[in-house]
Design a protein around this ligand. Structure first.
Ligand code: EPS
Length: 382
């Protein structure tokens, strides 16, 4: 499978095309819309999210609710475009002046993008914007539905925001709380500290990043491969995750902590249970060894930097006069960590589905389901 997205933050719409989806997948448009709405939530979001009410329009590759095997085309409209029509309309004479940006924001694509494409900053930030992640959630939601049918579950939680670490002991109850919490955390008292920190950031004109955890459950051993560098699943997941705006680091399982311990404290002993096959006594590897799933949950932690637009801006240079000025202030979120969790769950769903379809190439869902089930039976019978 492959996909492409197009669209500017304040242009008419976002567009996506997926190629290679098997025929016969029953798609719930409501499930896509629920994912889109989840991405818009969370404390710390800015004024834009009061304007948008993201909904997907499927325009190709699906008949009724069933994929046909043809490319699937998707659209998500930008409601805010109504306020930008004179500035952001393709194929028409537009107003180039009133939303021109001449003070690049440190931490953003602004300066380097404008140098590279010899264009003004507006054109750079419109495409670099995290608005694009709405389409990636819609695309990922389709592959998530494919995975759900196979029994694969993806879940996420916020580990920390700024300097606030949340309590966590990995119980089912905490996971349920995290799924419902607006901060996506399992620690009720922690939410209070998060709100206080957010208010402080708002008062100071600051922004906040955080650490997020995503788990993928019920995957069989053997997705991905060790035989060539670009087939290693951890490498592919890392690329997908780091391609999301503001993501700066990724680790698997024990992560960087593994580098500080003896090998015997890091690697996961293998056991055998008749009728169930091989298992591990713990999961420090985060479910991936040799670039392949090993049958344990795949566990990633991802670091998100604070959003670069600051209401109390850093110094920069006016591109026209070359004088030192304060960076431009675009309307912005203060903290988008819970929203980013939704995005990460969905880009991960895409990569996992990709690995599934590489191991079980299939033109149709029944063929995929049969190959999947046969393989699960084979693993259990070992
Ligand atoms: C973004 C800036 C803000 C965010 C936007 C990402 O948009 P605006 O400049 O219109 O206020 O709201 O995020 C979204 C629009 C979205 O859907 O997530 C940026 O510069 O990346």
């Amino acid at each position: 499978m492959r996909y492409l997205t197009a669209g500017e933050s304040h242009g008419p719409k976002l567009t996506g095309i997926i190629e290679g989806l098997p025929a016969g997948l029953t798609l719930s448009q409501q499930a896509i819309d629920r994912a889109l709405q989840a991405r818009q939530q969370g404390p710390g979001r800015g004024g834009r999210m009061k304007i948008e009410q993201d909904e997907v329009v499927i325009t190709a590759g699906v008949r009724g609710e069933i994929t046909t095997g043809a490319p699937v085309a998707l659209e998500v409209k930008n409601r805010d475009w109504a306020n930008w029509e004179s500035i952001m309309t393709p194929g028409k004479d537009v107003d180039w002046e009133s939303k021109k940006v001449i003070a690049p924001r440190p931490g953003h694509a602004d300066l380097t993008g404008s140098l590279k494409y010899r264009t003004e900053i507006r054109n750079v930030l419109e495409r670099a914007s995290a608005r694009e992640t709405a389409m990636r959630v819609a695309i990922g939601s389709i592959t998530r539905q494919l995975l759900t049918n196979l029994g694969v579950q993806i879940r996420g939680r916020v580990v920390s925001v700024g300097a606030v670490e949340l309590n966590w002991s990995n119980t089912e109850e905490e996971w349920q709380r995290a799924a419902k919490s607006e901060w996506r955390v399992g620690d009720v008292e922690g939410e209070q500290r998060l709100n206080e920190q957010l208010n402080e950031a708002r008062r100071l004109g600051e922004s906040l990043g955080g650490i997020l955890e995503i788990q993928v459950l019920n995957l069989p051993a053997g997705l991905g491969s060790y035989v060539q560098w670009d087939r290693k699943l951890d490498g592919r997941l890392a690329q997908a995750v780091l391609s999301v705006q503001a993501m700066k680091g990724v680790s698997f399982g024990l992560g960087f902590e593994a580098a500080k311990r003896f090998g015997s404290e890091v690697h996961d002993p293998i056991v055998y249970h008749s009728g169930e096959g091989y298992q591990r006594t713990r999961n420090n590897a985060g479910g991936i060894e040799g670039g392949m799933t090993n049958g344990e949950p795949v566990i990633l932690q991802v670091a998100m930097k604070p959003i670069p637009t600051l209401y109390h801006p850093l110094s920069t240079v006016n591109l026209e006069t070359k004088e030192e000025v304060k960076a431009s202030i675009e309307r912005s979120d203060i903290c988008a960590v819970p929203a980013a969790l939704v995005v990460l769950e969905h880009v991960i769903a895409w990569e996992i589905a990709q690995a599934v379809l590489e191991k079980f190439p299939a033109d149709t869902i029944p063929e995929l389901e049969k190959a999947w089930q046969d393989y699960l039976d084979y693993l259990k019978a070992q």
